[in-house]
Design a protein around this ligand. Structure first.
Ligand SMILES: NC(=O)C1=CN([C@@H]2O[C@H](COP(=O)(O)OP(=O)(O)OC[C@H]3O[C@@H](n4cnc5c(N)ncnc54)[C@H](O)[C@@H]3O)[C@@H](O)[C@H]2O)C=CC1
Ligand SMILES: O=C(O)[C@H]1O[C@H](OP(=O)(O)OP(=O)(O)OC[C@H]2O[C@@H](n3ccc(=O)[nH]c3=O)[C@H](O)[C@@H]2O)[C@H](O)[C@@H](O)[C@@H]1O
Length: 481
């Protein structure tokens, strides 16, 4: 093996949901390493640097404590990308890789333009050898394209490319980073490659046991990330498929999850039936996988994974259709209170949240929607609804008509108080599993609502027996009436 480089300076390009928390934890656990997180988005960087830790750009339990420990000591946030690149011996690329919205692969393939820009900038700025770590989720063999771009300048600088995809889940990011099931590193099986892998292993070893650091070839590492997300999303779609059957037969999906989860081969986690999975990654990564399979002419494999997305679309559609059907076939002019907008609890992230799709279907029928979410801003909610009007893709969404923002604003109200949200409502839709929803004074909510008072619990979190006893008409996911 070549000499293993001891890393003193890390630069991370991309200060988002992954770059921010991941680098904050590396800095916290490795006080001997300088960590510079750089981003083009000046507002984001200003928020990361804000003295008031409530203003951090992302909400994650425990994140503020980590920032307090490391920021200004060996953790820095800056817009000076060139300086970050120049000073680093290891560069993490953690920029966004969204689904392409144009051209070849539109609606399926990952858009790698941000990755490519990073590679070009690194190639242009770097004056000494660097280890480049792919932290973003990428299609298999992206490292090859990176290598071509990085080595194109012919200036004699060497780059070793590693893949180290991130497996944190939002809402538990800090916990996941402190105690990961595994960190994964893919590297080349050459002397140089092995030395580069060891440099990154040495960083993770500062807080993670060696047996939790998995090393593989580069392509396996890249594809493991897409595979992990596909398997996780598939579990949610599988239990959601069963929830539809439960509603027809009187079986209870939570009881089934408990029963099958006791089988150690199946396991108990990730079997919570819901209104549908959201988040920036499951859909995007499966679409990317499907695109790759089609590219390699693996039609059956592509169709197999695509079904996970179709089932998720169906689950969201089923939920909104049930609301409309139950409210006597129309929600026009009716007040529907939304509890929750984030794609899961303990995050302010709303990307691909089921809530916006449910809202869209109800708005198509001209419902009046009143939203309360403890962490999502009004501005974000309208931005999400606007996004949907401009991206009418997906088997149900594309059937809807494009609505003007003026019309949407006349139908949607965002509240800061949950009780105001629910006052005089015809129905409540619970769309995120925030713990506080369980603690509400449901007696008071009932008294202030129109009757019959409907609750559509898209997360199965409130006590159905208690609500039934109060007089509510409660619909759960996967529980026959
Ligand atoms: N959000 C999540 O929980 C997870 C995301 N991932 C993956 O990590 C990657 C990043 O995801 P997020 O952090 O959620 O995205 P994000 O959108 O929150 O952050 C990406 C950041 O990169 C910046 N950026 C883009 N191009 C740049 C450039 N050329 N120079 C400097 N900054 C640039 C953007 O301004 C943005 O702030 C994606 O590939 C995603 O699939 C992986 C695991 C978990
Ligand atoms: O690549 C990524 O971005 C990340 O995607 C997911 O993390 P995340 O999307 O943040 O959150 P999850 O906890 O996986 O939840 C995703 C969605 O599935 C839903 N879900 C999850 C679990 C479940 O049992 N039921 C269910 O409906 C959640 O409500 C949420 O809408 C993976 O869990 C992470 O390992 C991965 O790093």
């Amino acid at each position: 093996m070549n000499e293993v480089k001891s890393i003193k300076n890390i630069c991370c390009i991309g200060a988002g949901y992954v770059g921010g928390p991941t680098m904050a934890v590396i800095a916290q656990r490795c006080p001997h390493i300088n960590v510079n997180v750089v981003d083009l988005n000046a507002q984001r960087i200003a928020d990361w640097n804000d003295a008031n830790l409530d203003k951090l750009p992302i909400y994650e339990p425990g994140l503020a404590d980590v920032i307090r420990d490391a920021r200004g000591r060996n953790l820095f946030f800056s817009t000076d990308v060139e300086k970050g690149i120049d000073e680093a011996d290891m560069i993490f690329i953690s920029v966004n890789t969204p689904t392409k919205t144009y051209g070849v692969g539109k609606g399926m393939a990952a858009d790698l333009k941000f990755i490519e820009l990073c590679a070009r900038q690194i190639a242009q700025v770097a004056k000494n050898d660097k280890i480049i770590v792919e932290k973003s989720t990428l299609p298999v063999r992206t490292a090859e394209a990176l290598r071509t771009i990085l080595h194109s300048t012919g200036n004699g600088v060497n780059f070793d490319i590693l893949s180290s995809p991130e497996f944190l889940a939002e809402g538990t990011a800090i916990q996941d980073l402190h105690n990961p099931d595994r960190f994964l590193i893919g590297g080349e099986q050459t002397e140089r490659g092995e030395a580069a892998v060891q440099s990154l292993v040495d960083i993770y070893l500062n807080w993670v046991p060696r047996e939790n650091i998995v090393t593989t070839r580069v392509w396996s590492s890249e594809l493991s990330k897409l595979t992990a997300n596909a398997f996780l999303a598939q579990r949610v779609s599988s239990i959601n498929a069963i929830s539809a059957l439960c509603e027809k037969t009187g079986a209870d999906v939570d009881e089934i999850a408990r029963a099958i989860g006791k089988d150690s081969r199946i396991g108990a986690k990730f079997l919570k039936s819901s209104v549908g999975f959201g988040g920036s990654c499951f859909q995007k990564d499966i679409l990317n996988l499907v695109y790759l399979c089609r590219h390699f002419n693996l039609r059956e494999v592509a169709d197999y994974w695509e079904q996970v997305i179709k089932m998720n679309d169906y689950q969201k559609h089923r939920f909104s259709k049930n609301i409309i059907d139950s409210l006597f076939n129309t929600v026009s002019g009716k007040k529907i209170a939304f509890l929750g907008w984030a794609f899961k609890k303990d995050t302010n992230d709303t990307r691909e949240t089921a809530a916006m799709y449910i809202a869209d279907e109800l708005l198509q029928d001209r419902a009046e929607i009143h939203v309360y979410d403890p962490k999502v801003s009004e501005e974000q909610i309208f931005a999400d609804l606007e996004y949907l009007q401009t991206h009418r893709v997906g088997q149900y969404v594309e059937q809807g008509e494009i609505m003007s923002m003026e019309e949407i604003r006349s139908l949607v109200t965002v509240h800061k108080d949950p009780y105001n949200t629910m006052q005089s409502a015809h129905a409540i839709a619970i769309l995120t599993e925030w713990d506080e929803f369980k603690t509400y004074d449901w007696e008071k909510v009932y008294n202030d609502m129109l009757k019959p008072a409907f609750v559509f619990d898209g997360r199965n979190i409130v006590d159905k027996d208690q609500l039934d006893a109060i007089g509510f008409d409660v619909y759960n996911i996967g529980k026959g009436k």
